[in-house]
Ligand binder design. Structure first.
Ligand SMILES: [Fe+2]
Length: 164
């Protein structure tokens, strides 16, 4: 069943936010690439691609319900990082923002039964994403900018990104 126009607008905001998340991750990947950390860069790039998959899930849901998906203006990612720890702290902050947006959408769509499962899926996904990124932040604090530690994390995350 078609959702109301006001709810459609909120879903469209979420679509835009997923694209924004993708650009943030993509820029963070660049920051790591230019610091010669290709494994970490790859991991972040994979995250960027995953955000596009997320955007598509919302787009498909709106189209399936005869609503009109619209991608809004996406701001340039303002990413100012000086270390690998900074990079993942930016990522964590953004994930927390997305989680809050999903919770708001959940509240706004509380009576919209047809979107329940999708929103629940995203809520679970956010819990996982936050846990993953926050674990990396914790490990980076332990590494404390130590070269060999960073190189080990680089090969570890690189392997996870490529599934090797
Ligand atoms: Fe996402």
């Amino acid at each position: 069943m078609k959702m109301s126009e006001s709810l459609e607008e909120k879903f469209n905001d979420q679509i835009t936010l997923e694209f924004e998340a993708s650009l943030v991750y993509r820029q963070l990947a660049v920051e790591m690439e230019i610091r010669d950390l290709p494994g970490i860069a790859n991991w972040l790039r994979t995250q960027a691609d995953e955000e596009i998959v997320h955007a598509n899930k919302w787009i498909d849901h709106l189209s399936d319900r005869n609503n009109h998906p619209r991608i809004g203006a996406v701001p340039a990612p303002k990413v100012d990082v000086e270390s690998v720890l900074d990079t993942f702290e930016v990522a964590l902050k953004h994930e927390e923002r997305v989680s809050e947006a999903i919770r708001e959408l959940y509240r706004a769509a509380i009576d919209d039964i047809d979107s329940k499962q999708l929103i629940q899926w995203f809520s679970n996904e956010q819990v996982e994403e936050e846990a993953t990124v926050s674990e990396i932040v914790g490990r980076l604090k332990l590494i404390d900018n130590d070269g060999p530690g960073l190189l080990r994390l680089d090969s570890e995350l690189g392997a996870r990104a490529t599934g090797a």
